[in-house]
Design a protein around this ligand. Structure first.
Ligand code: SF4
Ligand code: SF4
Length: 402
């Protein structure tokens, strides 16, 4: 197993890179699979659009991800760092920079590769906020906005400095996750360790130390800088293979090396992950296709005309679907109503309108009450019909209590 670890890591690394560059290009229902669109302040998630007004939904998603991250760390330690973290992946791809003895030419080659890589990665990061189709088209026509171009340049420079100079120093100094891991680990968490009962077999060849990207001597025990990449385990495995033995270093679950997945702290965080995932999914699946809000019009007083009561309202409608819709308004639980000057509104995808309307009700609709609440319905017809309701308070003019 230890001898194959780096092959598995390589496969995972390529898979992660393909996903990272591929996801912005993937579309579902005509929109990005996963993108926070800066221009319209919408978060696209697997064919659904989440509006900034529904920010709590994005918060639910962030909470779910956070608890998933914590529960995985409690069980598998810093497996994220060694196998999936973009920092580790990109540093692995630019390993040429780590060579001690290099000619000026190979040094320049390493820096050029890192610079090109940084520009590409930075563009990909921006594609999670600006559609890559628009970005590439604008770039080809030299029409990229100043903001996008500015971000791209700044991000490229930061990424280049990070990969060319900080490298794994970032993990040991800046990365907040590395600092927090201490509170997530317990006595059963998996970590790269030298098997305690095989310490005597070490021949002190230092192959494990020389190969470590963060310069750790894992034989001295657990280190906060260890990213669980298992390169030391593989290096030791090669040395020990010559003696017909297996690696002295490997992934170990706690002091007894017994995996124990069902423990209180893991169950709590995994449970919270499930709760937030279910809440997020349900809310996403059953979210309203358009926002509909009704407020009493501030400048309009209720009035009476030929036995009918007129109340002014301000309605706000936002089309959250991916297509253009026509929304019609109606009054529920009342007969003989009318809406003026218009009761249907055409809304393009993503469009918001704010309109003043007058709702006319026959006096009998109030019964014996001077004030009544009615439900207003906003509905769309067509391929995906939908209805959204809002409550509106109606009043008779003052002095007309009966
Ligand atoms: S000690 Fe081993 S697992 Fe940890 S960072 Fe170094 S090489 Fe990777
Ligand atoms: S590679 Fe193995 S044998 Fe060599 S120093 Fe490290 S632990 Fe000891």
């Amino acid at each position: 197993m230890t001898s194959n670890l780096q092959s598995y890591r390589k496969a995972v690394r390529w898979g992660a890179v393909l996903l990272f560059f591929g996801v912005p290009f993937m579309r579902l229902n005509g929109e990005s699979l996963l993108r926070f669109d800066i221009a319209s302040l919408r978060f696209f998630f697997f064919g659904k659009a989440i509006w900034i007004e529904d920010f709590f939904l994005i918060l639910l998603f962030i909470f779910a991800l956070t608890f998933l991250f914590i529960s995985v760390t409690q069980v598998f330690g810093r497996v994220w760092c060694g196998w999936l973290c973009p920092q580790t992946l990109m540093v692995d791809f630019t390993r040429k920079m780590d060579r001690k003895k290099q000619t000026i030419l190979s040094r320049m080659e390493g820096h050029t590769f890192t610079a090109v890589f940084s520009v590409l990665i930075s563009a990909c990061m921006i594609w999670y906020f600006i559609s890559p189709y628009e970005f590439i088209k604008d770039l080809a026509h030299l029409e990229l906005s100043r903001t996008a171009a500015g971000f791209w340049i700044v991000l490229s420079v930061i990424t280049y400095i990070n990969f060319a100079f900080f490298r794994h120093g970032f993990c040991t100094t800046v990365c907040p996750y590395a600092k927090l891991q201490g509170i997530m680990f317990d006595a059963h968490t998996m970590a790269i360790t030298m098997y305690p009962d095989r310490r005597d077999e070490c021949i002190n060849c230092l192959a494990c130390v020389k190969t470590c990207p963060t310069g750790i001597d894992i034989r001295k025990g657990f280190s906060q800088g260890c990213i669980n990449c298992a390169e030391c385990a593989q290096a030791c495995g090669k040395v020990m293979a010559k003696k017909g033995k297996t690696s002295l270093i490997g992934y170990v679950y706690g002091l007894e090396d017994k995996p124990k997945f069902f423990r209180a702290n893991v169950l709590i965080t995994a449970g919270l992950f499930l709760i937030f995932t279910v809440l997020f999914t349900l809310r996403l699946l059953f979210s309203d296709p358009f926002a509909f809000e009704v407020y009493p019009a501030s400048k309009s007083m209720p009035r009476e005309q030929e036995g009918r009561i007129i109340n002014g309202f301000e309605v706000r409608l936002t089309n959250r679907t991916g297509s253009d819709v026509t929304v019609s308004l109606s009054v529920e639980e009342a007969e003989g109503w009318d809406i003026q000057p218009e009761r249907t509104f055409d809304l393009a995808s993503g469009e918001s309108v704010r309109k003043e309307i007058y709702i006319v009700l026959p006096e009998e609709a109030f019964g014996k009450y001077p004030v009544r609440t009615f439900s207003l319905k906003a509905e769309t017809q067509g391929e995906h019909p939908a209805s959204v309701f809002a409550e509106a308070g109606f009043r008779k003019p003052i002095g007309r209590k009966k």
